[in-house]
Design a protein around this ligand. Sequence first.
Ligand code: MN
Ligand code: MN
Length: 439
Amino acid sequence: MTQEKYVAGYRAFLTQGKTERKAYEAAVRLLEKAGFKPLSGKKKLKAGDRVYRGYHGKTLFAAVIGKAPTAQGLRVVGGHTDAPRLDLKPNPLYTKGDVTFFDTHMYGGIKKVQWLVLPLALYGTVVKKDGTKVDIAVGDNPDDPVFLISDILPHFGKEQQEKPLKDAVAAEDLDVIAGLGDIEALLKEQYGVEKDDLLSAELEIVPAGAPRETGLDRALLAAYGHDDRVCAYAGLSALLETAAGKPPAKTCAVVLCDKEEIGSVGASGMDSTFFENTVAELIERETTCGARDIDVRRALEASQMLSADVCAASDPHFPNADSIGNAARLGHGPCAIKYTGAASKSGANDARAEFVAAMRRVLDDAGIPWQMGELGRAEKGGGGTIAKFMARFGMDVLDFGTPLLNMHAPWELAAKEDCYNTQRAYRAFFAASEAALRL
Ligand code: MN
Ligand code: MN
């Protein structure tokens, strides 16, 4: 696939997948088009079979069954499809002065001031008491209204400007203008949703607008939610290409999970039993004696994984954040991060050198540009991915993903060639011979 074709597909995925539920739906559409079937509908599995298993409409597993039984281990590319945003509170509507607002709660790590005076969209699902679901999506169609969080004008903003950036706006004031009229009545009229139905809803405020090419040379792509749809989509695309060929040596899988931005907690986060249960479901369908617990454990321990998540690219305006010589650079390919965490590697999955060496072999033999980096200068901060939750099973895990500028901002920047080479790298990992990845 050419870079141009790949990026066009990625842009479409981003445009359709503004939330974890929407990204899930977009991914399932691509899987089904490529002949993947729900795992629950399969009684037996054999090499080359294509299956997927979803969870809560948010977390998704998809696999192409390999020539070797899944019990001998999987190759996994795992990313996440949730992104920092503002969630509506259970009782979101309130009126102050003449304006009606949506009261919000932050989701994931954001710089609050970046969300002021920016066109916003509203997405989500309302579940009524009888179980019926109402989908809401406002702000991304050309005729849609958008939403906005107001800010004080510079003329009166002296007091605000003297505050530290983090105090310029209080989290409780990150409230979105819902309108001037009777918004409760409008919700009833347009969606059949009562005020109390909002108690059982997941409504998310995200930046409005589709991804845009950035710079005169169009080398960059600005988008909401690159973290981590850029790696999630790359993994998905690599799996679809794998599925189109002969059965791979090992079972190849992608996980597109939810809740990474709040610590991978919850039933749809990677600190749940979803992944191991799914591996058990695969093994169950490949044997005649059922999925014995020991077989599932052995499969997990024998697996190899790329934790497909973004990393910080060096920003020339903020050199103090960089570990010189160990900072990822835009346009230099996807970046392997041996350890994440903070300060003294606290909370890190520290990939073993043997696995890093195997990935060097695979990537260099496939002629894919890539780089090795660290997550910023020591003691500057830190971060984590789903790597440590997967490493818990004893498998080898290496963080490997696309470098971004202004990660977690409403609009993040990635180099288009890095997006493309991330997909090629995951593809090479899936396609590698058993010998190449033997440690
Ligand atoms: Mn991430
Ligand atoms: Mn993140």
